[in-house]
Design a protein around this ligand. Structure first.
Ligand code: GAL
Length: 970
């Protein structure tokens, strides 16, 4: 979203003497930030657990006596730490996308400022603790805390998703230590944390007490570069105080500060080679996992270890449907495993540094990471960025504090390849100051920030939601110029990424394949990060999953918070399955008739030795042969052509298709051997148009019609609950509805205005011949002269009835149609589906890459995709035939000429469109079947561009047909 800058002077200044939660300083009393590590031989005591808790409505409602060790908190409630108190019955979460849920009056916050007082009592585990220093460490507290230990105030801090430590050694006693914390939901820091997510205060990450024996590691910085020409790594570990670093596998034993160059295997997201090492100082031994790699922008391309990399990325917020941003290690691991299993190789930690353990997982499993600072001031955009903290020197110390806390904490992760200054903050001197500080501290990583089109502070040109055409121009370095020639030249020489694209809200995103083709064509386009990883639907007793407004918020952005590739419970949505296919790192193409296949290794570093290839040959969806395919271990970028073998049974008549697959050859930490990585299907024998049976008297078809209306009453004894009728309506998807800031037309609005959700059918004529029944209807919404003239021609092939539908648009249609086909209702007992066509999951014209031809079965219930906000879903593509049967095997079979889109559900489209949450959809006594000749694409307009023209369903003269038969009847 672009917003013009408003430069009018603004006079109101923060007045002096503000309370700590309103002043713009980052806080006081904490230690300088330093590198995080998961463990060492220094003792540590987790303070996670049940704490005492009390909530006040304002920051000052309660005095500070609770911090005194003798205070009696036995009357308070209990709250787990880590947690958000709003998810434990104290107040409620609230969702806004960009708007501050309080008056924009920086740095002031509302008097109504939910404030949680927390207390925990702990004993030291051993006598060792009494000597030496100790620090209290907070990994994440939203949004501002004041801390006391044993009655002594330690200080205050802001920066919710950043670590804060306090020295507490001399305050500790063997038993009965009392840690007291006051946490305010709102603070000046809230102005810097306007990310698109739930507002959820609390101590939401771990709290620990770390013993710091004399001579323990204060901070350390691992410099581990890789020279791809020489094949060597250079290691230097800076440490305060000094000590030694040993890397047994490399035979290295170095003093800190000393460097050594040795032959190593490099680290990459594809081959995440780590070397175990130990950093030892006089007081502490810290295990290190070292990955050698060098990141550089060279010749306008972002390279790691000398090679261009391609991000197949996602934006990841930390989210759990019950625990919010208090995400446990197993959930983090699950995210990483799911990403790896879906061919994702990169994460942007939108829009704050994640829990530090997540980055250890990225190192170990192999994911490129853009580590983003906890900074967003988007809510200033509607005010023309007036008083934007990132352009106000008074806030710069807070911004620098945030930059330092991120960089210092995360600097030793090979996975982190770019630092990001934050998200959607407009432009300003504060960002330049952050970039300057980061460059100085860590020149080894390029800098990212999307919000400044001039790219003044960055090394990579980044955009969000640029459409395909613009991305292509950027790929050609032919984008429209910046006004300033020097900046323009600098930006044009930069690599390009889409830090956000393909908005995965509801059904979709569409258009992924077309983006990927661009990323793979132009060297400058180094991929992108789908928005976003997971729906932030909060578990709710009544609604299933709650979104904005479900907790009574006055200001909210509804279900815009549910826009992920995973459903809230981490079930992959069809969007993730599609993304996996689109970004598969091995391309398998070929000519099925000639039985040749071309394999291209699309990895940047890995060869193909980790994959095993195989083929299957199917006729009419039934396997007739399978085997292995010997593919040599092609290097990155290499390709070769292979001949497929002659399958046994290939002479069987019918449509025949090769499926060639690449699977893991052996177990990986993230998936087992056999896990599918890439596949393709190649047609060996194309589908022949179905043979239409000999025409016989319609009376012999076994079908009954109402001769007055021309409507089908039954087929082979199977009653129609509702006869086939022309249908054009679908429950608009989030992408059909579109976003108000998008220039493309929002078809959902146009469709409703035109009345496509309430078309009327006027019967024009019913003509009955011996062999044919012809019904003409005019299908049109009220108040317009636009119409679709439809002709249904029924004939019999002796065994079933054949319907040929001709559609003739009348008038100048201003919009694509949502769908074009027939809708019918059949008895609710026919709940078992079987089809030969695209599957197993849903597909639409621009989300069909992952749909593969085969014979599939499902229950009607399982055909539904449970989007948190109900909308059109569940279509199966390219269906040759489909059947719905009851438990006894009786039912209806539909054969299409040509192939059709098949949808079956236990509610009407109208019910689906009216629903707001999953539980609103209740099965009734009919299964509604849509047999569509064509459907409108999906696009990504809920935030990005709309449907590409080639995927639009234009109103045009069309003809298609189906044969309906009863199956399994007595
Ligand atoms: C972007 C923003 C994200 C998210 C997305 C829409 O503008 O950076 O945080 O709001 O739009 O879902």
């Amino acid at each position: 979203m672009d917003h013009p800058q408003d430069d009018r002077p603004y006079s109101s200044l923060p007045h002096p003497g503000l309370p700590y939660y309103e002043d713009v300083s980052p806080g006081h009393g904490s230690l300088p930030p330093r590198a995080w590590y998961a463990s060492s031989d220094a003792a540590r005591l987790s303070l996670n657990g049940l704490w005492r808790f009390r909530l006040a409505a304002t920051a000052t409602a309660e005095d500070e006596s609770f911090a005194h060790p003798d205070f009696d908190a036995s009357g308070w409630g209990e709250l787990p730490v880590p947690a958000h108190w709003v998810l434990h019955g104290h107040g409620a979460p609230a969702y806004t996308n960009t708007l501050y849920p309080f008056p924009v009056d920086p740095p002031h916050v509302p008097t109504e400022n939910p404030t949680g007082d927390h207390r925990v009592t702990f004993d030291l585990p051993s006598a060792d603790w009494e000597s030496g220093e100790a620090v209290l460490r907070f990994e994440g507290v939203e949004s501002c805390a004041r801390v006391w230990l044993n009655g002594r105030e330690l200080g205050t801090f802001k920066g919710s998703r950043l670590p804060h430590e306090f020295a507490v050694g001399e305050l500790l006693r063997p038993t009965g230590n009392v840690l007291a914390m006051r946490v305010h939901q709102w603070s000046s820091g809230s102005y810097l944390e306007d990310q698109d997510q739930w507002w959820m205060p609390g101590i939401f990450r771990d709290v620990a007490l770390l013993h710091r024996p004399e001579g323990a590691v204060a901070d350390h910085f691992v410099h581990a570069s890789y020279d791809h020409a020489a094949g060597t790594g250079t290691l230097r570990v800076d440490c305060e105080p000094g000590g030694r670093v040993t890397v047994p596998e490399l035979g290295l034993d170095l003093a800190t500060g000393e460097s050594a160059t040795v032959a190593v295997e490099p680290w990459s997201a594809e081959v995440p080679r780590l070397y175990d090492a130990v950093l030892a100082t006089a007081g502490e031994r810290v295990p290190l996992r070292i990955g050698f790699r060098t990141v550089a922008v060279e010749d306008g391309v972002l390279k790691v270890n000398g090679r261009r990399i391609l991000f197949r990325g996602v934006n990841r917020h930390e989210f759990h449907p019950e625990h919010g941003r208090a995400v446990d290690l197993e959930t983090m691991r699950r995210d990483v495993e799911l990403m790896k299993r879906h061919n994702i190789n990169a994460v942007r930690t939108s829009h704050y540094p994640p829990h530090p353990a997540f980055l250890d997982l990225c190192d170990a499993y192999g994911l490129w990471v853009i580590d983003e600072c906890d900074l967003e001031t988007h809510g200033f955009a509607p005010l023309g960025w007036r008083r934007n903290p990132v352009d106000d020197d008074r806030w710069t110390p807070a911004l620098l504090d945030r930059a330092a806390r991120m960089v210092e904490r995360d600097k030793n992760h090979p996975a982190v390849v770019l630092w990001s200054l934050g998200n959607e903050c407009g432009t300003g001197r504060g960002l330049s100051a952050m970039a300057g500080w980061i460059r100085d501290r860590d020149p080894s990583r390029p800098i990212h920030y999307e919000g400044d089109r001039s790219c003044a502070d960055v090394d990579v040109y980044s955009r969000m939601y640029a459409d395909h055409a613009e991305v292509e121009r950027i790929g050609q370095r032919a984008e429209s110029p910046l006004p300033d020639a020097e900046s323009d030249a600098a930006r044009r020489a930069m690599p390009f990424i889409q830090c956000e694209y393909a908005h995965a809200m509801g059904n979709g995103p569409g258009g992924l394949s077309e983006y990927q083709r661009l990323f793979e064509t132009y060297e400058r386009l180094q991929g992108g990060f789908v928005w976003e990883w997971i729906d932030h639907g909060l578990a709710h007793p009544e609604h299933g999953y709650a979104y904005g407004g479900d907790f009574g918020e006055e200001l909210h952005d509804g279900h815009f918070v549910c826009d992920g590739l995973l459903f809230p419970d981490r079930t992959p949505s069809p969007g993730l399955v599609e993304y996996k296919k689109v970004i598969e790192p091995v391309r398998i193409e070929g000519d099925g008739r000639a039985a040749t296949v071309r394999i291209t290794n699309g990895y940047n570093f890995a060869d193909l030795s980790g994959l095993a290839f195989g083929w299957t040959y199917e006729v009419e969806g039934a396997p007739v042969g399978e085997g292995e395919l010997a593919v040599p271990p092609l290097g990155p970028g290499e390709a070769m052509e292979l001949k497929l073998p002659e399958p046994v049974g290939a002479d069987r008549p019918g449509e025949a298709v090769w499926t060639v697959r690449a699977v893991l050859a052996r177990d990986e930490p993230w998936a087992e051997a056999g896990h599918e990585v890439a596949w393709t299907q190649l047609t060996a024998v194309p589908r022949a148009e179905p043979v239409v049976g000999r025409r016989v008297a319609l009376a012999d078809s076994g079908a009954e019609f109402d001769l007055r209306t021309g409507e089908l009453v039954s087929v082979g004894g199977l009653e129609m609950v509702s006869p086939p009728r022309l249908d054009v309506w679908r429950a608009p998807t989030d992408n059909d509805e579109g976003a108000e800031w998008q220039p493309d037309t929002r078809w959902g609005t146009v469709w409703r205005k035109l009345g496509l959700h309430r078309v009327q059918h006027r019967l024009v004529s019913v003509e009955r011949g011996a062999e044919e029944l012809v019904i003409v209807s005019r299908v049109a919404p009220a108040a317009t002269d636009l119409a679709l003239l439809s002709t249904f021609r029924w004939t019999s092939d002796g065994d079933g009835v054949r319907l040929v539908v001709s559609v003739e648009p009348e008038g100048d249609w201003p919009c694509p149609l949502p769908r074009l086909g027939v809708r019918l209702g059949v008895p609710a007992e026919l709940g078992l589906a079987r089809w030969y066509g695209g599957g197993p999951g849903e597909a639409y014209p621009d989300t069909r890459a992952a749909s593969r031809l085969g014979r599939w079965t499902s229950t009607v219930d399982a055909l539904q995709t449970p989007y948190v906000y109900p909308q059109e879903n569940g279509a199966r593509a390219d269906v040759r035939w489909a059947e719905l049967r009851d438990e006894a095997g009786r039912g209806l079979r539909v054969e299409g000429a040509p192939e059709f889109w098949f949808t079956a559900r236990r509610w009407t489209t109208e019910d689906l469109a009216a629903a707001h949450h999953r539980p609103d959809l209740r099965p009734a006594d009919t299964i509604w079947l849509n047999l569509d000749h064509a459907v409108q694409g999906i696009g990504s307009q809920s935030c990005g561009p709309g449907v590409l023209p080639q995927h639009e369903l234009k109103a045009a003269p069309t003809e298609f047909s189906f044969t309906l038969r009863a199956v399994g009847s007595a």
